[in-house]
Design a protein around this ligand. Structure first.
Ligand code: ATP
Ligand code: MG
Length: 422
């Protein structure tokens, strides 16, 4: 019998996990300066939350959820995205009552979607996202986009494109919906079965279809931007003005439609334009969701957020040839020969570690030469060899591996010596 990771999942092994930690560090620091506080919600929620929060007509709810019944007969779903749960928590904990709005939250953790596996598409993947709930100021839309862009540029990425669109308000959407139905209805038979269902339920989503994207009617479909109400158009103008103020370049794509049902006004994606990136170029997606808080049982509070996956960020880094430094340096390897020396080694390791000095020793009774090799493989900066003589003298030669220099140091001075020289 041999076991493998489930399809669409991966092990992140040592050597790779350090890169994840580095990215996580950059993200945490940016959240600190932009002031998006971390929220941690459960890995599963009631299925209904996602049906409502993400929307019944979305791919996520229609075909990607890991839904199961628990022993109490409740329908639960492994979270496929973060917004619904964050908004649930905002409502449940009455954060709308806090004096400082918007409440600015961030999250990072695994999401689960039953998807066809391909590069950049996993069944378990890690999303980082933010939500700013409680303000309808276009300046916050720009702030959220700035944070997302900042993450990528801090990681060193250059081949980036921010694409924005306005989905307008309810009035805009209704007028556009009618126009879309008129446009597609006569030829809907030429479209996939999903699109045929979308025509009545949510024709906007036809524009986001991955199967029919090259159908000629796609290019000539009525654009949302032509249906913007005065208010929506003005809102969009302000968002663009703030992006200009921040010096963030963007493109307007009137056909940008986000996958989730709940978006209105601002929608945006960040793409990688790196040549080696492959078919899926979207790194990050976000938008405004006024109305969602109310749908989830709270007061009428507007919100905006984005989500990005660490997996696609790593792909973008690879495509641009940016390699993250993996520093896994070892300060000292203690080679011990004989039982007494081993006890001393255990004691010394403990005193080193107590002062933040990383220290390692042999635990499989290797010969001296093999222990030296292990020290080398581990990239030890210093090595000491403990034998009978060293124990008797209570002192040891500290060898700096790179230079080969040695210095004799008394046991009781070792910690200080290493702190000074490491
Ligand atoms: P797509 O059109 O690529 O399916 P989506 O609309 O489903 O994207 P969102 O739900 O908006 O994506 O998720 C936001 C971000 O999360 C995406 O831009 C992408 O970076 C990442 N993402 C989404 N699904 C996956 C996945 N299965 N594996 C890895 N990353 C993902
Ligand atoms: Mg998707």
């Amino acid at each position: 019998m041999s076991f493998k990771v489930p399809r669409g999942t991966q092990d992140i092994l040592p050597g790779q996990s350090e890169k994840w930690q580095q990215i996580e560090g950059v993200i945490r620091e940016l959240c600190r300066v932009y002031r998006y506080q971390e929220i941690r919600t459960p890995m599963f929620e009631s299925t209904e939350l996602f049906q409502r929060g993400v929307g019944d007509t979305t791919d996520i709810v229609q075909k990607e959820m890991y839904t199961f019944e628990d022993r109490g007969g409740r329908s639960l779903t492994l979270r496929p995205e973060g917004t619904a749960a964050v908004v649930r928590s905002y409502v449940e904990h009455k954060m709308f009552g806090q004096p400082d709005q918007p409440v600015k939250l961030s999250y990072m953790g695994p999401m689960f979607r039953y998807e066809r596996q391909q590069a950049g598409r996993y069944r378990q993947f890690v999303q980082f996202g933010v939500e700013a709930i409680g303000s309808a100021d276009p300046a916050i839309d720009a702030e959220v986009m700035a944070l997302a862009m900042d993450i990528y540029s801090t990681m060193g990425l250059k081949d980036l494109k921010l694409v924005i669109n306005s989905l307008g308000d309810k009035e805009t959407r209704n007028a556009h919906r009618e126009a879309l139905i008129q446009h597609f209805e006569p030829s809907i038979g030429e479209f996939c079965s999903d699109c045929q269902k979308r025509l009545e339920k949510n024709p906007l989503r036809i524009l986001d279809c991955k199967v029919d994207r090259d159908h000629p009617l796609m290019a000539t479909a009525p654009a949302l931007t032509d249906y913007l109400t005065d208010f929506s158009a003005e809102y969009f103008t302000k968002v663009k003005m703030y992006l200009d103020t921040l010096g963030i370049p963007y493109e307007v794509d009137p056909n940008l439609v986000r996958g989730l049902d709940y978006y209105n006004h601002t929608a945006f994606e960040i793409m990688s334009t790196a040549s080696g990136f492959g078919a899926i170029t979207t790194l990050c997606g976000g938008g405004r969701y006024n109305g969602l808080v109310e749908d989830i049982g709270g007061p009428d509070m507007p919100g905006i957020g984005f989500a990005l996956s660490i997996e696609r960020l790593l792909l973008a880094l690879e495509a641009e040839g940016i390699s993250l430094e993996v520093s896994n340096g070892l300060d000292i390897f203690v080679v011990a020969m004989g039982d007494e020396a081993k006890v001393k080694a255990v004691e010394l390791l403990s005193s080193f570690r107590a002062k933040g000095i990383s220290a390692e020793m042999d635990y499989i009774d290797r010969k001296m030469k093999a222990q030296m090799k292990a020290a080398d493989r581990n990239g030890a900066k210093f090595v000491i060899v403990l034998g009978e003589t060293e124990i008797a003298e209570a002192a040891v030669n500290v060898k700096e591996m790179e230079s080969g220099n040695q210095e004799k140091v008394a046991f009781h001075n070792l910690v200080n010596y290493l702190l000074e020289h490491k």
